[in-house]
Write a protein that binds this ligand. Sequence first.
Ligand code: C2E
Ligand code: MG
Ligand code: MG
Length: 633
Amino acid sequence: MNIKAQCCGLALLFILLYYYHKQKKLQLGSGKAFTIIVDATIFGVFLDAFSIYAIANPSGWDIITVKAICKAYLCSIVAISLSAFLYTVLDAYSDNVRLLKKVNLGYGIFSLVGILLIIALPIEIYNGNISENVYTLGPSVYACYIFSFVLLISTLFFIATKKGKMNPHRREAVMFWMLLWIGASAVQFFFNQLLLVGYAASLGCMILYLKLENPEVFIDRTNGLFNQNALFQYLRQCFDSKEEKTLVGLTLLHSTVSNVRGEVPPSISNEIALYLISLTNVTVFENGDNEFVLALDDPQQTKTIIETISDRFDEGWGETGSIHVQENYSIIPDILIVPNMEDFLALLRYGRTHAAEYLNGNVYVIGPEILAAKKRELEIERLILDAMENDWVEVFYQPIYSTYHNKFTSAEALVRIRDDEGNLVSPVRFIPIAEQNGMIMRLGNIVFDKVCAFLAEHNPDDLGIEYIEVNLSVVQCGNEQLAADYIAIMKKYDIKPRWINLEITESASLDAKEILLANMKKLMTFGVRFSLDDFGTGQSNLNYIIDMPVDIVKFDREMTNAYFENGKARYVMEAAMHMIQGLDLRIVSEGVETKEQLDMMNKLGIDYIQGFYYSKPIPQDKYLAFIKEKNFS
Ligand code: C2E
Ligand code: MG
Ligand code: MG
């Protein structure tokens, strides 16, 4: 009896099944489709062997039973072909579940018709009596060929036409499997003693397993948690099939560094991972360093799970006890509040970078309102990034009038970016965001680079411009790299350092103040001068002016306005002015909009006027035209 190949096939499938079921798995659609293929193939290969056995040993069976077994085998071939087809189209329509269901239903009905025909049509059995050569023939067999062939061709058609949409590894594996099958059928056709089709189907399953469905590819080897790849697949499936899930981002913090994410030793994060893996009713993923994502089917369980984990954290981790690891949770009660996976990941990232702002202890629930606010921020973040990547960052210049020289001797450089419609976005909106996410360093360098390029191209000495004022963010000031970066840029354009005046504001922390002073020292040695911006807002006090080596103090618009509104403010401003002038510093009054304000500032003896009265911030070419017209006519 010629069933050796089938027996080998079955052995292969059972080994595969054993390992597959033993491994920890993610419930993915493709995994389910794969198990259907394996089940159908086991069933088919078994019936293949069984039908040969029944034909070769007719004495034990009546002919109707033998024919029924043979027909069952033919039906299983259609079933395997259908399962291969369904597995293939899963990718092609992953973003359109309704269409996927329709295609599945259509081909399901088609295959059912095929199976009914196989059952209804007559079948002939050939037994060569040499017991090595048995096969079936007749209309039932032809029906099997036709229906399987259509399914096979459809599978190949989808592989060829839905190229861009299919996972390339899946394409390759299914294609290889189909070719193996076609090859085996051809061999069997010409050498009908070599019954290889069943074995080829088993090999196909093994290829799929090794290339795509091996659950190991989704597991982190060090701690056994699902990895980031698994998280992406899982999320994609949730979004594609609109599955409601509660997700919790769990970020680890080293508590000795207050409010800043410190490094958690790997031994401890592994210990935490092992603890998380032991939790029931929750799927845990590792999403990069020190962050886990917990997926829950039932939102009601969120509180219990978080309490359980928190209790364990309260006990502390690590052997020495000297390292205290703290945790933050960003809960997204229903992931479908975000439209797609990319937005979800951005939200998670947002939760991570804003860990310090967590309001209710260490648990942050992201509902629709927060989401809307965050989305606006994320949108701006994207605009900043796009502007930086594509060289869309613009610098406007607001002319500053010298009351002593009676001309425009300087300007303030002000950064601008645009939204998707081309409208300007206020720096008041995007600077704080760039400061939070750290982009300000790069953005600041870009602005400074553009200002230096401008100065290199248009010699300010020829235009009557003494210097350009450039804003520095507190974040930049607190970065030790600042002076080196700025000096390098000035050297690159070979500009005179006296053409630059950097505006600083009062920094909140003492640490930052020391770094700022070190930066200022380096830059001043190079020849750069400084101003103190925003004087008169909540951010400033008189002591700061004494501490800081600045040449200029800039009165904020609020202060300029308040001067005209109440007597107290007028008194404060006059006192501040006398003190500043006593220190031999110069004053810029910002926000001067009217003639009345201008006259008063002149009377007070303010050195420089900046405001809409003279000009709003304008693009570089307009600023050049403005200066040429005002300073030289
Ligand atoms: P700031 O440094 O105090 O800049 C002055 C702001 O006052 C500018 O707003 C300017 O357009 C506005 N302004 C000037 N005169 C008048 C006036 O007469 N009336 C009114 N209503 N407003 C006037 P802008 O350009 O929107 O910038 C806002 C803030 O954004 C700046 O305040 C500064 O803190 C920040 N900023 C702008 N560009 C940069 C930059 O390149 N780097 C950094 N770090 N911050 C920047
Ligand atoms: Mg300024
Ligand atoms: Mg200002």
